[in-house]
Design a protein around this ligand. Structure first.
Ligand code: SF4
Length: 704
């Protein structure tokens, strides 16, 4: 008999609903959930092939352990592995203090998993060293929202795509990275031929090819463009002065700054036409305008400023909190939002509280029933691996992510993992680079097996349900951590019983209580309601019958005086600059049919039809200058490393610019993947690294 289970796609932040078909405890098919408001039954190629990834040959099935670096890991029991880890963590904490251990987790964990990791680190151990790969993905969106609107809350929703008159897509190849949102954009254009689509991207991506106006700006010049557009709007008298006066602070200072960003100056900085800047500004100013943005803004040393400068445009034109208008960051991972909601980052606490705020620390400590939450900021992703490398962090526990592939300057991360006294990797898969550095390898369950909840890009919480049993000795992420936490509690002689959970529902209910009275209040939600009435957007307070489609409809923002803040953002450029030795820009991005490090999508043959092998895309001009032909093997290098791969002629990249997809790793190419070349430099506010851009040289290899 075939069983159908409603759940969520585990790939991207669109958060599409799926119906999984299973038979005899095996997943056999998948289809889109016609009733899910994120996708109404549609799936992209990745989502539609999820059932083909449900196999055992790439799974970790048993705990493994080694006692010395020279030894080979051997299969052990869960009891032995967790007792060993309890003793090792306890001894390290007793000898070197709580900040000598760290947890590096993932936006692919479910909200309930995240909650337990966070409470374990901050509540039980007393360290804020818990950070996540969402640091690489969304942290500049968080700081951009907080600086301007006061809260990490995307104000818009998918419905706004259907009603907008100007869609401003910037730093996002939506067609590849969020395909079901892009389908909705295509529908909106069909239904409203007057809809203006502006795409800002150095590359002529599939998204850019669908635009009415493509602004192919030079890498890293986004702030100059947004300030230039604001200059035009100011000049043309297209600002909403009533909104500015009633609902914002700081406009006069910003006005003085943007006066300098004349279209002529901005055209020179960005490498685009003056007339196009004016056209974009006028279309945006007429509105209603909806901005959609992603890694192109976030993965930058000025990510916070880029986000804030874009939000400035919305505030200056009053285009926020209205149908079809608003800034709308697109989350990369399926539960980057849920992780932020439970405070699963080194600088955050539960329910959008800030670690730096003493009142917030006291509230969370009281809620958890612990003496205090430590005030010392935790190490963020780059800082964490630097601290592992210099020996101040001795033990690191990595869950559901692959830092030996995804971090910038990967060689530095590998050196850190080699230097650590103890590396624990908790994952579902055996084909990820980080596993080889694990002293203890713990097998986790994955999509199709797990239960819990996730929050998508538009603040919508959906239940994740198991269709089949977890294989062999794999365990759920939350259950592994609860088991470890209970052992550690006992070993550290703490009698608090902080982790009494036997189900994910108990964890969800505790998380829900932390949100009471906060911007993301979900006290009106329960597993029962989500099961019966389907996915819901937050806030959803006790007594509410529906969540909020869009935020700030009353013009009241999450700042002390209720007014939004203009941020005086100044254009600064990229971290790495091209020069005589490294004359080419290297840009990174995603392929349509692959996901992250390909641990899952890389096992499905048909997902290679779109892009068969790793290549570096080059312009005709740059290939001709170097006598490189299509398919020639080239060495791509900078001071951090080198890669060897084939050159591919592309009209999507401009002269002096090149592109490599970030998915390919050591299993598919010679070298570690493109992130080995990327700078570890990060935005000083969000601590998000610049994974989008570096400078390189290319040499043609003469093969025998
Ligand atoms: Fe999954 Fe994202 Fe594709 Fe939807 S758009 S099916 S969530 S990968």
């Amino acid at each position: 008999m075939i069983k159908e289970t409603k759940s969520t796609c585990c790939y991207c932040g669109v958060g599409c609903g799926v119906i999984i078909s299973s038979q005899n405890d095996k997943i056999i098919d998948i289809k889109g959930d016609p009733n899910h408001p994120a996708n109404f039954g549609r799936l992209c190629t990745k989502g539609a092939t999820l059932h083909l990834t449900a196999k055992l040959d790439n799974r970790l099935l048993y705990p493994e352990m080694r006692l010395t670096r020279e030894a080979t890991r051997k299969r052990v029991s869960w009891d032995d592995s967790l007792n060993y880890l309890t003793e090792q963590f306890a001894q390290t904490i007793e000898k070197h203090g709580p900040d000598s251990v760290a947890f590096y987790i993932s936006g692919q964990l479910l909200t309930e998993d995240y909650y337990v990791f966070n409470k374990l680190a901050k509540g039980l151990i007393g360290t804020n060293n818990v950070d996540t790969n969402s640091r690489l993905c969304m942290s500049s969106a968080v700081t951009g929202y907080k600086a301007t609107l006061g809260s990490d809350a995307p104000p818009a929703c998918y419905e706004d795509i259907d009603s907008t008159e100007c869609l401003f897509i910037t730093g996002s190849n939506t067609a590849f990275a969020h395909p079901i949102i892009f389908r909705r954009i295509e529908d909106a254009k069909k239904n409203n031929p007057n809809l203006k689509i502006i795409v800002v991207d150095p590359r002529r991506t599939d998204t850019a090819q669908a635009a009415d106006l493509h602004l192919a700006i030079l890498p890293g010049t986004d702030v100059a463009l947004y300030n230039g557009m604001l200059h035009v709007l100011l000049w043309e008298g297209m600002l909403d002065m009533a909104f500015i006066n009633a609902h914002t602070n700081g406009f006069d200072a910003l006005k003085d700054t943007v006066r300098e960003y004349t279209p002529k100056m901005v055209a020179d900085i960005c490498g685009i036409k003056e007339a196009d800047i004016i056209t974009a500004a006028k279309w945006f100013g007429k509105g209603p305008s909806l901005s959609m943005y992603c890694m192109g803004l976030n993965q930058s040393i000025h990510g916070t400023d880029k986000n804030a400068a874009l939000i400035n445009l919305h505030l200056a034109t009053g285009q926020i909190g209205k149908l079809g208008a608003g800034p709308f960051s697109l989350t990369g991972q399926p539960n980057a939002m849920g992780g932020r909601e439970v405070g699963g980052m080194a600088n955050l606490l539960s329910a959008h509280r800030d670690l730096a705020n003493p009142e917030h620390r006291a509230e969370v400590a009281k809620f958890w029933g612990v003496e205090s939450v430590p005030a010392t900021p935790g190490k963020t992703a780059i800082e964490m691996f630097d601290a592992v490398k210099d020996g101040s962090i001795k033990a690191i526990w990595i869950a559901c992510t692959n830092p030996a592939h995804s971090m910038p300057d990967v060689n530095n991360v590998i050196a850190a993992l080699q230097n650590a006294e103890l590396v624990v990797v908790q994952d579902a898969y055996n084909n990820i680079d980080t596993n080889q550095y694990a002293d203890v390898l713990l097998p986790a369950s994955t999509w199709g097996e797990k239960e819990g909840s996730v929050t998508n890009t538009e603040r919508r919480i959906t239940r994740v349900n198991p269709a089949v049993s977890k294989p062999a000795e794999a365990r759920h992420d939350w259950a592994i951590m609860v088991d470890f936490a209970q052992r550690l509690e006992k070993r550290l002689a703490k009698s608090s019983n902080l982790f009494p959970y036997t189900t994910t529902e108990e964890i969800f209910n505790e998380h829900r209580e932390t949100t009471r009275g906060r911007d993301l209040d979900i006290t009106g939600l329960s597993y029962g309601l989500l099961n019966e009435q389907g996915p819901q957007q937050w806030p959803f307070k006790a007594g509410d019958t529906t969540g909020a489609a869009r935020l700030y409809t009353d013009g009241v923002f999450q700042k002390p005086d209720g007014k939004a803040q203009f941020v005086n953002a100044i254009y600064k450029g990229t971290a790495d600059k091209t020069d005589a030795r490294h004359p080419l820009h290297l840009l990174t991005g995603r392929l349509r049919d692959q996901w992250h490090g390909m641990s899952r999508t890389g096992t499905v043959a048909q997902l290679f039809n779109h892009a068969e092998e790793p290549v570096i895309q080059m312009s005709a001009d740059d290939m001709m200058r170097r006598s490189i032909k299509n398919g020639d093997i080239v060495k791509v290098s900078n001071k951090r490393g080198s890669l060897v791969l084939a050159a591919q002629l592309s009209d999507e990249v401009q002269a002096s610019q090149t592109f490599i997809a970030m998915h390919w790793g050591s299993q598919f190419m010679h070298g570690l993947g493109v992130n080995a070349l990327m700078p570890p430099t990060f935005d000083k506010t969000s601590k998000q690294p610049e994974l989008k851009h570096t400078a390189i040289k290319i040499e043609k290899l003469e093969l025998p």
